[in-house]
Design a binder for this molecule. Structure first.
Ligand SMILES: [Zn+2]
Ligand SMILES: [Zn+2]
Length: 475
């Protein structure tokens, strides 16, 4: 069986490992990582959950075979832990050099001596090794079925998404002429990354439809759009691509079958999104899912995406989105607007748009109290809210295209800079609020909570568990 295998780090764990391996002494150092696993469509992703640094001279010593090795006393409790926690054991060491790395003959010999025994101890989980140089990572992962796999990519899911390979990619790709002006900014390599990207947009209303427009015009290769709703006349003021025919057609006094024929009635929001995407970029691979994102079958569709946008209002959608970021290491941005009318019913108290970036392990929607537990309980009780974008109350909230455009535009631009690594080095993924009445932009501070059940590092947390934990979805 041919496998495609990749490794994903959160930013902080990668930074800790990098400092340990490259303290500036030019020596070899080592560590052990335990990783959660995701298997989907023939691809295996390993998500680094735990990092155990080997202390030089104690855990990492000169071995019998003339090169350095990790001592059995250090490995043994960790391979046991990998077995119990159903995590993948990965040994790590570094070589010198930059932009290229490969295992030495000695390294491969030691894998052939050691990995069969480790596989036995891991009882059904893969085991492996990676070797790092500056700006390069190579890996040799062994699976219980006897297959072996080189790492195809190592990704760091930080504010700047970085990709590392055994050999730095210097190939050039000719971008289509339609992208010429943006290629002038981020190059053909950047355009190629967008072409290969698979992005999920959850919610195809006011914000989601704008995101679909932006992403397809940018040249994103694959879009998956999730929304259970059909279009109605009140959507015309802000759903991009919706036409009067889309909403008027269904009310015509003609037989139902004719309406279906003429208008494909009921016209679902995902169908309109598809039309928008195809008009912008006919070659786009578009998957419409007319279902509630919080159901298990819909949520699972995004698990091999590179990035997610949450543009749906329900707390259940937030809960599932947040869980997927932490459990599957798929970064995302949640977008929302809130208009609060004044008590007199005539004035406005506040109007703001918020974009909340959620990355693995850096604080999340759960520990920053952005998921309203009371509302979550209300939504979980009734079945109605699945089709209700209005917090289950049945009442509609104010919504205006210009507010949506601010949120969608900040989010899509942050995605672009993140995905192509265009940010400066000290950028933090803080939630950003635009207070429109005060004409003020406020960045909130996110404090990671190590006790958080979602993004924290406790033994029961969801962080990096991959397929090894349940998602908080409904059936
Ligand atoms: Zn080596
Ligand atoms: Zn958290």
């Amino acid at each position: 069986m041919k496998r495609d295998c990749s490794l994903v780090f959160s930013q902080s764990v990668f930074d800790e490992l990098y400092e340990h391996l490259f303290p500036g002494d030019g020596e070899e150092h080592a560590a052990v990582m335990l990783a959660g696993m995701v298997e989907m469509g023939g691809r295996t992703r390993l998500l680094v959950r735990e990092l155990h640094l080997a202390v030089d001279g104690i855990d990492h010593v000169n071995g019998n075979y003339g090169h350095k090795m990790i001592r059995a006393e250090f490995m043994r409790p960790l391979i046991r832990r990998a077995r119990v926690e159903r995590l993948v054991y990965i040994g790590v060491h570094n070589h010198g050099g930059r932009d290229y790395v490969g295992f030495s003959r000695d390294d491969f010999d030691s894998h052939e001596r050691g990995h069969p025994a480790l596989l036995d101890l891991a009882e059904g989980m893969p085991v492996g090794a990676i070797v790092m140089a500056k700006n390069a990572v190579a890996g040799d992962i062994w699976f219980p079925d006897g297959t072996r796999c080189e790492l195809h990519e190592t990704r760091i899911a930080g504010p700047n998404i970085r990709r590392l390979y055994a050999e730095a990619d210097r190939s050039s790709h000719a971008a289509a002429i339609q992208f010429h002006r943006q290629v002038q900014m981020f190059g053909e390599g950047g355009q190629e990354l967008l072409r290969k990207a698979k992005i999920a947009v959850i919610g195809a209303g006011g914000v989601g439809s704008l995101l679909v427009e932006y992403l397809s015009r940018l040249g994103v290769g694959s879009l998956i759009v999730i929304d259970p709703d059909t279009i109605d006349v009140t959507n015309l003021s802000r759903v991009i691509g919706a036409t009067t025919t889309d909403v008027v057609g269904p009310s015509w006094p003609i037989p139902e079958f004719l309406k279906r024929l003429l208008f494909r009635y009921p016209r679902r929001k995902v169908d309109i999104a598809k039309r928008v995407a195809k008009q912008a970029n006919p070659g786009i691979d578009f998957t419409p899912i007319a279902d509630d994102f919080a159901t298990d079958s819909a949520a699972r569709q995004v698990l091999d995406c590179d990035f997610m946008f949450l543009a749906a209002d329900s707390m259940r959608a937030r809960l599932v989105f947040n869980a997927i970021v932490q459990q599957y290491f798929i970064p995302g941005i949640q977008i929302g607007s809130l208009v609060t009318p004044g008590k007199d019913g005539k004035s406005l108290d506040s109007v703001f748009t918020v974009t909340r970036w959620v990355l693995p392990g850096t604080g999340c929607l759960w520990c920053s109290d952005t998921i309203d537990r009371h509302q979550l309980a209300v939504e979980s009780k009734s079945g109605e809210e699945r089709r209700d974008q209005d917090y289950g109350s049945g009442a509609t909230n104010p919504s205006v295209i210009t507010l949506n455009a601010v949120g969608a535009s900040i989010a899509a631009n942050d995605f672009l800079f993140s995905f192509l690594g265009l940010f400066g080095t000290s950028v933090a993924a803080n939630p950003r609020r635009v207070h429109h009445m005060e004409r003020r932009v406020v960045d909130q501070k996110l404090t990671p909570n190590s006790e958080c059940t979602e993004c924290g590092s406790t033994s029961s947390s969801r962080f990096a568990r991959g397929d090894g934990a349940e998602l908080p979805t409904s059936r």
